[in-house]
Design a protein around this ligand. Structure first.
Ligand SMILES: Nc1ncnc2c1ncn2[C@@H]1O[C@H](COP(=O)(O)OP(=O)(O)O)[C@@H](O)[C@H]1O
Ligand SMILES: O=P(O)(O)OC[C@H](O)CO
Length: 573
């Protein structure tokens, strides 16, 4: 093939190979539109059938609201508003290329997973802000659920749904909404309540909303709720009872690739079919063409998610990974499963260093350059456990630490340590995956915006000791869902043009060096655990907030002072 040896690119540590991008031939093909709702951005991307590079795209940033420490909310109406604007802008670009919107044959949807929305079935009004996947307000909800389970074992239901009980998953967010938001309890009582992950909200709105909108989700998204049975691929009665979620409020679970319906919202997309839905990490697995059992990919965005395709076999992890549905390519074909290692904070740590510590101005432009000015982190380790640690630890009591600081430490070391943290977390996942699967992974396919950082890629290869294969474009999620949507609509054949990797980063370290650094990382992780246990978390629910707001300030101060005195007396007694 057209593999070209680039050599060391002026840097002795960097060795990579590159394949060339396909050349556009000017032929007009049917188009597939993709809606991508991510944590931070909404995108609309248009692909031509049989081509793996995007034709046009448009992206908008979203507003993240953090009403309290650890809370993260999004506006469901803003999501729909941005989708329309992104679609309009992408279609404007299409027209400039000589296409019309009628050339878009079908639509696919890929989305941030677990983020949960509740709305009124008759008015379409959201009943609360969307609670984002990485929001940890449900800490005490987790404790209340665990109290009902033998030995408070968070893995008790892993056989059924593949997941541990954690604030990450949607059922906890649904339970919290029912416990804390009066409008949701009322809607539930009046049988007006609908719950959904973001894909469900988008499809319901696009297909008519209160006027007959489809209340559906796909297996890949449903497998992230803690409510779906991985074997039956349906809502599990035991889990629904445990979390107190009525079946009627949940969407129907469908395959990831079939014609679900047609857009009926009066927008530019009106009349176009919808034929693919995939959670964004599962979509990247498809986009990276990891469709055989034994293949794996890692996507580096705000978080980082390593998925290992296990075929039609559900592998139960005994080392802290989760079992999830990768995809189901039609109503009548079996589901394909994956083992997943989810990392809550990857690129998010760079944004933290930029916004909170002001160590740089622009993540994309500055990170690599600043980190490359030093040869190592100077023994500094950064564990970015801002909202606890996900796989393989699942410790909601962990908090972020930077350790090993000396008087010589500079921002260069800290930024480099943040990059290495992403690589060490990936090694944590790989260690667990190799133990669960029994066969060590020999190479790792990677994608996500962060992978444009060559230093990160080289550090990753060095710290895991296997080749890292970077995808031809950073965004494999939209390509993945374009493939499954195009497949169902008959515009993309089974032998579809799939993405290839463009660069290979080879390890340049010895086993001893790699292992010594990893041992130090594990020491740092140990120090981050248990930090949040002593903190009295005061959950500011909507109702408590209103109550507090209605108390005059002086009365509130006197009350707080009295409570302080009483608690001191009790402590002393
Ligand atoms: N060159 C880079 N080096 C390091 N981190 C980067 C670089 N470019 C982007 N990032 C990080 O990657 C993330 C980009 O994620 P993005 O693709 O926008 O996904 P998300 O929807 O999860 O925010 C951001 O958190 C950003 O800090
Ligand atoms: O939009 P991202 O990349 O932050 O995706 C988040 C994941 O889907 C959460 O599980």
């Amino acid at each position: 093939s057209d593999v070209k040896h680039i050599g060391d690119n002026g840097n002795q540590r960097k060795i990579f190979l590159r394949t060339t991008m396909p050349v556009r031939d000017g032929a007009k093909r049917p188009l597939v539109g993709v809606i991508d709702d991510g944590t931070k951005t909404v995108r609309f991307v248009i692909y031509e059938a049989e081509r793996s590079d995007e034709l046009v795209s448009y992206q908008m940033d979203k507003t993240e609201v953090q009403p309290q420490e650890g809370w993260s909310e999004q506006d469901p109406l803003e999501i729909m508003h941005h989708i329309k604007l992104c679609a309009e802008n992408a279609i404007d670009q299409l027209v400039e290329l000589g296409y019309t919107k009628d050339d878009i044959v079908t639509l696919g949807i890929t989305n941030q997973r677990e983020t949960t929305i509740a709305w009124d079935k008759y008015t379409g009004e959201p009943l609360h802000a969307a609670i984002a996947w990485n929001d940890i307000r449900t800490d005490s909800t987790v404790d209340a659920i665990l109290a009902k389970i033998p030995d408070r074992n968070k893995n008790y239901f892993k056989n059924i749904c593949g997941l541990p009980i954690s604030p990450y998953f949607s059922a906890l967010k649904m339970r919290w909404l029912k416990d804390n938001v009066k409008a949701i309890r009322r809607a539930s009582r009046d049988k007006r309540l609908l719950f959904g992950t973001v894909d469900t909200w988008i499809v319901w709105n696009l297909t008519g909303g209160p006027q007959g909108g489809l209340h559906i989700t796909d297996v890949s998204n449903a497998s992230r709720t803690l409510l779906m049975n991985l074997e039956t691929l349906n809502w599990d009665p035991i889990l629904c009872r445990l979390f107190g979620i009525h079946r009627d409020t949940l969407p129907q679970i469908r395959s990831s690739s079939e014609i679900y319906g047609t857009v009926k919202d009066g927008s530019l997309l009106d009349g176009i079919r919808i034929s693919g839905i995939l959670g964004n990490q599962q979509a990247a697995l498809v986009g990276q063409n990891c469709m055989q059992a034994g293949q794996a990919k890692n996507t580096y965005r705000s978080g980082c998610f390593l998925l290992y395709n296990t075929g039609t076999r559900r592998v139960k992890s005994t080392h802290g990974l989760i079992t999830t549905v990768a995809y189901k390519l039609g109503p009548d074909v079996p589901a394909v499963y994956a083992l997943e290692g989810s990392i809550a904070v990857a690129g998010g740590a760079m944004k933290f260093l930029r916004d909170n510590l002001r160590l740089m101005q622009d993540v994309a432009a500055d990170t690599e350059h600043i980190a490359a000015q030093v040869f190592s982190t100077g023994d500094v380790y950064f564990v970015p456990a801002f909202s606890g640690l996900y796989a393989p630890y699942w410790r909601k009591d962990a908090r972020g630490i930077i350790c090993g600081l000396t008087a010589f430490t500079t921002k260069n070391h800290i930024i480099r340590a943040a990059l290495e943290a992403v690589c060490f977390q990936t090694r944590d996942i790989l260690e667990a995956m190799n133990k669960d699967c029994g066969m060590p992974l020999s190479k790792l396919h990677v994608d996500g915006r962060m992978t444009s950082n060559d230093l990160l890629m080289q550090l990753q290869a060095d710290l895991i000791g296997i080749p890292v294969l970077r995808a031809q474009a950073w965004d494999m999620s939209t390509l993945g869902v374009a493939l499954v949507a195009g497949g169902a609509a008959g515009v993309w054949g089974a032998e579809a043009a799939r993405a290839t990797h463009s660069d290979t980063f080879l390890p340049t370290t010895t086993d001893d060096d790699r292992d010594a650094r990893y041992t130090k990382w594990k020491m740092a992780v140990q120090r981050s655990l248990g930090w949040a246990t002593n903190k009295k978390s005061f959950t500011m629910t909507e109702e408590r907030y209103k109550l507090l707001a209605s108390i005059p300030a002086t009365l509130y101060l006197i009350g707080s002072f009295t409570m302080l005195v009483v608690s001191k007396m009790l402590n002393n007694s």
